[in-house]
Structures are given as structure tokens and as C-alpha cells.
Design a protein around this ligand. Structure first.
Ligand code: NAP
Length: 251
């Protein structure tokens, strides 16, 4: 495959794709935002930090002679995905979106689907009194406004202080097993769980544990995906890259 691929990362799936491309001998650059203090790094080249908007990204694509871009960012990272659509259109680079299908409820699930973090805060407040928050460090301020409920916020890196006295934090990084999640829910006497509907196997143990324990789940639904060809698995992304990039080089 005669290509140089930019993978917009920050997810386990992005790391897996970069590792596999690297094993196949495809030159790959992974781009990380730099939010996590000690990120798990993929194989191959890694760059860190923003590009400076869509124009900065288009400049980067041209300067680094990138032939294809895979947006494998988290489904809730909407700005970088929009920037990628603009930058690839402007610079004539092929773009693919790699994102996992969202989770869907099964028998026994008590899911409350909402469209935003403020709505999640309101719904969790209505449903319970001891809330496990797994929505990440960046949106915590939507929950710190609620003073009459207790929150346990689990984030990769500890959030910046000050935090209100009704919020406790734990730092942990997935994957999390159903057993460990059940233990956490019981130990902390959690009666409502809040999560983004990120999809994927790494963090779905909490949903199975909540189901077993009859705990309601407030799920923030994914925002609109970027307007570009989309696949939901690493093998499909590699197949797409092979086809496009070989065709480009043949032409
Ligand atoms: P965002 O709101 O869509 O992006 C904000 C800005 O951060 C972008 O405009 C871009 O800056 C920079 N940026 C974001 N992702 C980047 C990347 N992979 N490489 C280089 N620059 C990047 O993104 P976010 O929600 O803050 O997420 C940041 C990162 O964390 C992403 O890589 C994402 O995959 C990961 N992540 C996000 C979530 C989540 O819930 N949002 C969860 C897990 C992991 P410039 O405009 O200067 O280029």
C-alpha cells in the first residue's frame, strides 16, 4: 500500500489501527490532542497537540504528504471531526471515519437516553441520589452544579480542583470487567450510572453490571457523525485504505 496515513486518535480503536498499519509496513502518523497526561502510545510516529483549526490541519496534510486520513477520534469529539472534513476536502486527501457502533439496550436494561450532559445531570438527579459519573473530565462542570446529590466521578486523569464536597473522584483507565464494575457499584452504593454512549467492549462492563443490579443508566447519545465514509471496525478500515490508496496510486 503506497500511502502515508494520518490517524486522528485518542481511542483504543485508533491505537489498534495504527499498530496494525505499522505491522503491515504502512507509514502511519497518529495524532493525539494531548489531553491525557500519560497516554498509551501506538506504534509508529506520534504527534501531539492541536493543528490550529481546519486550515492548520490542511497545511499539515500537504506538508507531511498525507495520502489518507482516518478519523478514529471518540464519537463525542465533534470539533476535530468537523475540522477533518474541511481540511481533507480543501487538500484533496481521502478521509474515512472509524467509529464503533453505539451500544443498544437489551432485556433488563433501564436506560434513559439524553442528548446532552446538562440533560444527563438533570435526569440523574431525578433518578437517584448516589451517581457514578463516567462521562470524562471535560464535562464535569455540568454535574458540579447539582449540590443535593452525591457523585463519584471516574476519570483517567484527576480533574482540576476545586471540586464540591459532594463529589469524590477516582482515577482509572479501562478496560473494566463486569465483575469489577459490579463491585464498585455495590461498594459505593451507587443508584444511578451516567455514561456517554461510546460503544465498544472496553467500557461496556458497567452497563452489564448496572443491568444485573437493576440500576438505571443515563446514556448521552452520540452527536451526528461527520459527513464522510464510515466503517466500524479496524479490518474494514484497513480494507478501505487498501482499496482507495492502491486505486489512487494506480491512477
Ligand atoms: P474536540 O472538542 O473535537 O476538539 C477540540 C480541539 O482539540 C480540536 O479543534 C483540535 O484542535 C484538538 N484535537 C482534538 N482531537 C485531536 C487529535 N486527535 N489530534 C490533534 N488535535 C486534536 O475534541 P475533545 O472532545 O476535546 O477530544 C480530544 C481527544 O480526546 C480526541 O483525540 C478524542 O479522540 C479523545 N477522547 C475524547 C472523548 C470525549 O468524550 N470527547 C473521550 C475519549 C477520548 P485544533 O483545532 O487546534 O486542531
Amino acid at each position: 500500500m503506497g500511502a502515508r496515513v494520518l490517524v486522528l486518535g485518542g481511542t483504543a480503536q485508533a491505537r489498534l489501527l495504527a499498530n496494525q498499519l505499522n505491522e503491515l509496513g504502512v507509514p502511519v502518523v497518529s495524532s493525539l490532542a494531548g489531553r491525557v497526561r500519560e497516554p498509551k502510545l501506538p506504534a509508529g510516529e506520534v504527534r501531539t497537540g492541536g493543528f490550529g483549526g481546519p486550515c492548520g490541519m490542511a497545511e499539515y496534510l500537504r506538508g507531511e504528504r498525507i495520502t489518507a486520513l482516518v478519523d478514529a477520534t471518540h464519537p463525542f469529539a465533534t470539533r476535530i471531526s468537523e475540522n477533518a472534513v474541511t481540511a481533507t476536502t480543501d487538500s484533496g486527501v481521502e478521509m474515512l471515519v472509524l467509529r464503533r457502533a453505539p451500544w443498544t439496550p437489551g432485556p433488563g436494561d433501564d436506560w434513559h437516553r439524553v442528548g446532552s450532559l446538562p440533560e444527563a445531570a438533570e435526569t440523574a438527579r431525578r433518578l437517584g441520589s448516589r451517581v457514578l459519573l463516567t462521562t470524562g473530565r471535560q464535562g464535569l462542570h455540568h454535574f458540579t452544579r447539582v449540590r443535593d446529590r452525591w457523585f463519584l466521578a471516574r476519570t483517567v486523569d484527576a480533574p482540576d480542583p476545586p471540586l464540591p464536597s459532594n463529589m469524590t473522584t477516582i482515577s482509572a483507565r479501562g478496560p473494566f470487567t463486569t465483575e469489577a464494575e459490579r463491585e464498585l457499584l455495590l461498594e459505593r452504593r451507587i443508584d444511578v450510572l451516567v455514561s456517554k454512549n461510546s460503544g465498544g467492549p472496553m467500557t461496556e462492563g458497567k452497563l452489564a453490571a448496572a443491568r444485573e443490579l437493576g440500576i438505571p443508566v443515563v446514556l448521552v447519545e452520540q452527536p451526528q457523525p461527520p459527513h464522510a465514509p464510515t466503517v466500524d471496525s479496524v479490518p474494514d478500515a484497513i480494507a478501505w485504505l487498501r482499496e482507495r490508496v492502491d486505486r489512487l496510486h494506480a491512477g
